[in-house]
Design a protein around this ligand. Structure first.
Ligand SMILES: [Zn+2]
Length: 289
């Protein structure tokens, strides 16, 4: 029995490694790791993107203890597209969706470690429930309001666009993609009187057609997750982030930051979890607000 089990385990590991080697080995990752979070909360939901408060505190403590230096996305930008050397042990934190519960634990914890972050906002839902999302708990999450965002900007946090309605952009025609990109950018620039340079793709999804429209809409860089550019020089319209999820302890964080010998397992995990998020636009097609 044990021999059969070991055989199955070896077969599973070998086939997973082979699959990784063919499909994901050549992904371009930035030299400054970008850690991608969603919400930090102890409230139960069945989403893989929720990170518990203690786990998040552990990640920040690990980064601080190991001498990592937190950069804002704007500070990291010169190192994302070029080969120039970034400061040693630097990293970036981003939050997609801009949920209000960031104010409870995530932001105070980041401040206590003197770290910063960029928050990507769904502009059609500021101050409202996340009706674009599949309901995975007893109540919907709320998005940050304009006044809460103003306070965060005053505290040195930065913001970017996560579109107006959070659609999978790869499923939309060109005119609707441009509308999502331009309306969200202009809204944030007008409301907060700051330039908006960064986009984070909803569900991490993009393709060549979408990337050229992002460029046309005037963004300087756009972030993806779960799928990354495979060849050529680094493309600022497809910056590959490292999603951090419910299963990630400090060991996993270290694998992702250092891209060590276990990184391929982390990549497989990221790609598997990203497949689940692709179900959302199918279950809940985009409704414009
Ligand atoms: Zn999102």
């Amino acid at each position: 029995m044990m021999i059969v089990f070991l055989f199955c385990l070896c077969f599973f590991l070998f086939s997973t490694y082979f699959y990784w080697n063919v499909n994901f080995k050549n992904f371009h990752y930035t030299r400054v790791p970008i850690l991608g979070y969603h919400n930090i909360s102890n409230l139960f939901n069945i989403s893989a993107t929720r990170v518990k408060v203690e786990a998040f505190r552990g990640h920040l403590k690990y980064l601080s203890d190991e001498g990592y230096h937190c950069l804002s996305l704007a500070e990291a930008l010169p190192y994302l597209g070029k080969c120039s050397d970034p400061p040693q042990k630097s990293f970036v934190v981003i939050f997609d969706d801009g949920f209000q519960d960031l104010l409870v634990d995530a932001i105070p914890l980041l401040k206590s470690f003197r770290f910063t972050a960029s928050i990507f906002l769904v502009t059609g839902y500021l101050g409202q429930e996340s009706r674009w999302d599949v309901l995975l708990r007893t109540h919907r999450q709320h998005h940050l309001s304009s006044s809460e965002i103003r306070t965060l900007l005053g505290d040195g946090f930065t913001i970017g666009s996560h579109t107006v309605n959070h659609p999978d952009l790869t499923l939309l025609p060109d005119n609707l993609i441009l509308k999502e990109l331009i309306e969200s950018k202009e809204f944030l620039e007008k409301t907060f009187n700051i330039p908006i340079h960064f986009l984070s793709y909803p569900f991490g999804r993009t393709e060549e057609r979408v990337k050229s429209l992002v460029r046309q809409a005037g963004y300087r860089a756009a972030l993806s997750q779960g799928q990354c550019q495979r060849q050529g020089s680094p493309d600022l319209m497809e910056i590959c982030t490292l999603p951090i999820n419910v299963f990630d302890g400090n060991f996993n964080l270290e694998n992702k930051l250092t891209r060590n010998q276990f990184f391929w397992l982390e990549q497989i995990k990221i790609i598997c979890l990203n497949q689940f998020s692709r179900g959302t636009p199918l279950i809940k097609p985009m409704k414009r607000v």
